[in-house]
Design a protein around this ligand. Structure first.
Ligand SMILES: [Zn+2]
Length: 74
């Protein structure tokens, strides 16, 4: 299921929501509850935090020993 970006026409809140294809109408704004939202035509599945998956270096690694799965030093 793709993640779509929506923008609320009432309060201007932008949010992402997992949405089945074709079910992107009438999505409610999490901020004010209005169903007057419009889908933004941008890429889906991308978050603004810059966090990526599957590539090396993106995972937070231990600053002490450099091990990404370190639970001792961290
Ligand atoms: Zn709203």
């Amino acid at each position: 299921m793709p993640i779509y970006e929506f923008k609320c026409s009432v309060c201007g809140k932008e949010f992402e929501k997992l949405c089945p294809v074709g079910k992107d109408r009438g999505v409610r704004c999490p901020e004010c509850g209005a169903s007057k939202t419009e889908r933004l035509f941008s890429v889906f599945g991308v978050r603004s935090s810059g966090r990526t998956t599957g590539t090396s270096g993106s995972k937070s690694s231990c600053s002490t020993c450099g091990d990404g799965s370190c639970s001792i030093c961290d």
